[in-house]
Design a protein around this ligand. Structure first.
Ligand SMILES: N[C@@H](CCC(=O)N[C@@H](CS)C(=O)NCC(=O)O)C(=O)O
Length: 206
């Protein structure tokens, strides 16, 4: 272990969201890649850290006892708490509140239903999954109206951009980009950020 923080994950939206947050917050960490196909997330060692057998999981060995976080969005909140000002304005106030507001829009109105559609699809309920996916696309399309500034919640990159980017990336082949000039501009600029690229590569196959 090189760093006091380890991030266990795989090449999935939830893991990448956590990795991008750590990169953008400039928090040193060691990425520990799990092979989901080989069921590494279902082995006893990992289940002891995350009994649900899901990725990601963050361990901070710098606390006593070591802190274990199992939710990607809680990892983003933790990154914000230990590196204030990088993922949202450090001071309470209207700008920070707008960041949180937009962040939760993507978490609850876009990412959560997309997970539900994924499970419906896996259960063979393709018609129901398609209805929810359509709703996800509508909600992403609506985000065009958020982009009156450079980023999702104004002029500063924030956790709202991280939650928005990972789900927009998952739906990139299904969005009408030509009708979404602001979203298109925003997506390209977020994707080009060095920290975002490092996060996207955190769990790539060796
Ligand atoms: N709410 C959790 C969801 C975690 C989750 O569902 N992870 C998926 C990958 S995106 C997973 O581990 N799937 C493997 C499995 O269920 O076997 C979070 O945001 O971290």
């Amino acid at each position: 272990m090189n760093n006091q923080i380890e991030l266990y994950g795989a090449n999935t939206g939830n893991s990448l969201r956590a990795a991008i947050a750590l990169e953008e917050a400039r928090i040193a960490y060691t990425a520990c890649r799990l092979d989901l196909y080989a069921q590494e997330h279902r082995g006893p060692a990992y289940l002891a850290l995350n009994p649900a057998g899901k990725v990601p999981t963050l361990i901070d060995h710098g606390t006593s006892p070591a802190l274990v976080i199992n939710q990607s969005n809680a990892i983003i909140q933790y990154a914000d708490s230990i590196a204030p000002g990088k993922l949202a304005p450090a001071q309470p106030g209207p700008v920070r509140t707008r960041v949180i507001d937009r962040y939760f829009y993507f978490v609850t109105d876009v990412i959560a239903p997309s997970h539900a559609a994924f499970f419906l699809h896996q259960a063979g309920q393709d018609k129901a999954a398609a209805i929810i996916d359509l709703r996800v696309i509508e909600q992403l399309t609506y985000a065009e109206s958020f982009l009156t500034g450079e980023f999702m919640a104004g002029e500063q990159f924030s956790m709202a951009d991280i939650s928005a980017f990972t789900i927009a990336r998952a739906f990139r082949d299904r969005l009408e980009w030509k009708e979404l000039p602001q979203l298109s501009r925003w997506f390209d600029s977020v994707e080009a950020r060095p920290a975002v690229q490092r996060g996207l590569n955190a769990f790539k196959d060796a």
